[in-house]
Design a protein around this ligand. Structure first.
Ligand code: ADP
Length: 266
């Protein structure tokens, strides 16, 4: 518990710090981008090389603004109201987006990677799991992020499996709905596993990783009173699990849609 509280404090402090820096950086980058655009208009037609250099500089500055936007989001305290969420329909509703995100991809040096396929056979049938208390938009972002990490861990291609089940977080404890994203990729060493929830920790190259994905997911799950667990072995693959407390007050099953009457748990 103490480690977790320390991690929460660290996240808050880093959030404030990164938000402040990102804000100032964004203003500077906007000024740089504006000047580059003006300069580009002044390049004479024969200045092909100068035009290309300016374009490179603009691309880099645009990447910078994207990154600072992510940092700003990370630093902004999110106080979204939690609501009952049906996990099965939410995951199934993401199928097209996930298939798309997994199929087309390039390596950092521009070569196409192997194809990743999505396996949803382990997602519990709609109507069989309890509802959870969460934020549907942020939960979707978290799952997308986990799938993209799984894809990045398998440059040769492979299968990304999403599954869901109900389980007690501790014996005799409250029931959670657990969503697991599993890959057969490179896996992680114990040293990497110990650091993945730290903001800005990334093993991906500059320009492709921000190191903010898992720390954002961790903060979000903590806001839901849930947890993120990782099970990974180098060379064998990774299982990332989101633990979400069930919605005690609604006591309804994971319904197909809002219009279908929900079965009441015994
Ligand atoms: P980013 O993806 O930008 O690097 P994350 O916070 O999402 O940031 O991930 C941090 C690091 O955790 C990654 O750089 C990678 O080293 C490791 N990691 C995350 N997911 C996986 C996975 N499925 N397999 C192997 N390593 C992973």
């Amino acid at each position: 518990l103490e480690t977790r509280l320390r991690q929460d404090d660290k996240m808050r402090a880093l959030g404030t710090l990164s938000g402040g820096i990102a804000h100032d950086f964004n203003n500077l980058l906007t000024a740089i981008l504006g000047s580059l655009e003006l300069l580009a208009d002044m390049v004479p037609p024969e200045g092909v090389m100068a035009a290309r250099l300016l374009e490179n500089a603009s691309e880099a500055a645009k990447r910078g603004t994207l990154l600072t936007r992510r940092l700003l989001e990370f630093g902004r305290p999110k106080s979204s109201a939690l609501q009952p969420v049906a996990v099965g329909p939410l995951i199934r509703g993401m199928q097209d987006l996930l298939v798309q995100s997994l199929s087309r991809h390039m390596t950092e040096d521009g070569r196409p990677t192997g194809r990743c396929t999505l396996d949803m056979s382990g997602v519990a049938e709609n109507g069989t799991l309890p509802m959870v208390m969460s934020d549907p938009g942020q939960l979707e972002m978290a799952l997308l992020n986990l799938c993209i990490n799984a894809r990045d861990a398998m440059p040769q291609g492979g299968s990304v499996a999403i599954s869901s089940r109900a389980e007690r977080a501790v014996p005799d404890g409250p029931v959670n709905v657990v969503i697991t994203v599993a890959d057969q990729g490179c896996g992680m060493t114990a040293d990497t596993t110990a650091r993945i929830f730290e903001p800005f920790f990334t093993t991906k190259g500059i320009g492709s990783g921000t190191g903010l994905g898992l720390s954002t997911i961790y903060s979000f799950l903590r806001r839901c009173n849930g947890d993120v667990r990782v099970d990974s072995r180098p060379g064998e693959g990774t299982r990332m699990s989101l633990w979400l407390p069930v919605c005690e007050s609604c006591r309804a099953l994971d319904a197909v849609s809002e219009t279908v009457p929900r079965a009441v748990l015994p």
